[in-house]
Write a protein that binds this ligand. Structure first.
Ligand code: AHG
Ligand code: MN
Ligand code: MN
Length: 336
């Protein structure tokens, strides 16, 4: 069967019945994310025009305040999910606390909560380099019809029912999983539809790319330093190539297609690492595992970590299976 003309909307409906908790609710939720992604994409594409149409803090021609793009993306995703009334709670990297949506109303039977990093790699916006959005979906653990609590958000990553990202790159793509593999859809901007362009995405088991902010090298743990030297060694299929965009979504996306490893380790400055467990690491780890890759904090599987707080950070090593295992081996050896 040719997948060439299948749109994301069709794909979501066709695969709804294959989903074990199928009720249509998750499909509506994915459709809302699809819609918000298109709106944000439209705005991201205009980012280079800020000098002409106004920057954050300015007032635009309609008399509206211009927003920073990460605030804009945050508002759009939250608005879209709230208005359509299909989730009972949202937590965002941009918000201090989680948002409860009519969940105290017993008529609201919504089961799902969403966690988002609305604009990932935001420092790349000003220089016309790819950014992304990351999302993560769970079923609430507290009873429907009662207010959501922190407990609903602090679930282990392995409890995710869906996760994905949008990459606003040379093409805009939406890549997601509901636990049955990873599929990628490319936006045709002329028509405004996402088409299945990358069915069943898989990390190659081995890769030749390592992605890390080497400016922090001196502060890295010894295991990571040793692994980086291993990557650079002239031996066998090495040295590997270094590629670091500084936008997790884009670095992950490239590594999944070409084979590679992404690392944001702990450092003396950031002893917990930098990336957020709930908004960045868990969704990417779920995608990685669904695409035959691996994600670890150096010792532990990311998806097994029990979160303690919403904005918790964690060291993150993710990508081609054999590369991640090698990095873990170096971490272990340096501990001994
Ligand atoms: P965000 O823009 O959501 O704050 O995330 C940026 C993250 C991640 O996308 C990227 O890989 C990393 O921070 C880059 O950090 P450094 O600039 O420290 O390398
Ligand atoms: Mn981010
Ligand atoms: Mn962000």
């Amino acid at each position: 069967m040719s997948h060439k003309k299948q749109t994301l909307g069709e794909f979501i409906i066709e695969n709804q019945t294959a989903f074990k908790y199928s009720s249509g609710e998750l499909s509506s939720l994915l459709n809302s994310i699809r819609l918000a992604a298109k709106i944000v994409n439209h705005e991201v594409n205009k980012a280079g025009l800020v000098d002409i149409i106004g920057a954050a803090g300015d007032v635009n021609i309609q008399g509206e305040d211009q927003q920073k793009l990460d605030v804009y993306a945050n508002d759009k995703f939250i608005q879209t999910l709230t208005k359509r009334n299909i989730v009972c709670g949202i937590a965002s990297e941009e918000e201090d606390d989680f948002i409860s949506i009519n969940s105290q109303d017993e008529n609201h039977q919504n089961k799902y909560i969403v966690l988002i990093d609305p604009l990932d790699g935001s420092s790349n916006i000003d220089v016309n380099v790819s950014v992304g959005t990351i999302f993560s979906i769970y079923r609430r653990v507290t009873p429907v019809g009662t207010p959501v609590t922190k407990e609903d958000f602090l679930q282990q990553g392995k409890k995710q029912v869906a996760a994905g990202y949008v990459v606003y790159g040379t093409s805009t793509m939406l890549v997601y999983t509901t636990g049955a593999g990873v599929n990628g859809f490319t936006l045709n901007p002329a028509i405004g539809s996402f088409y299945l362009s990358h069915p069943d995405m898989q990390f190659p088991e081995d890769g030749h790319i390592y992605s890390v902010n080497e400016g922090n090298y001196i502060q890295f743990p010894q295991g990571i330093k040793n692994y980086i030297k291993y990557c650079q060694k002239d031996e066998g299929d090495r040295p590997y190539t270094a590629r670091y965009i500084g936008s997790l979504v884009s670095d992950f996306h490239r590594n999944m297609i070409k084979g590679g490893i992404y690392m944001y380790p702990q450092s003396s400055k950031n002893p917990e690492g930098k990336l957020r467990l709930l908004y960045e690491c868990n969704p990417m780890a779920f995608l990685a595992e669904q695409a035959n890759g691996k994600a670890s904090d150096g010792f532990t599987r990311i998806l097994d970590i029990q979160p303690k707080e919403l904005h918790e950070r964690v060291p993150f090593i993710c990508g081609s299976k054999n590369m991640v295992e090698k990095a873990e081996e170096f971490m272990r050896l340096a501990q001994e």
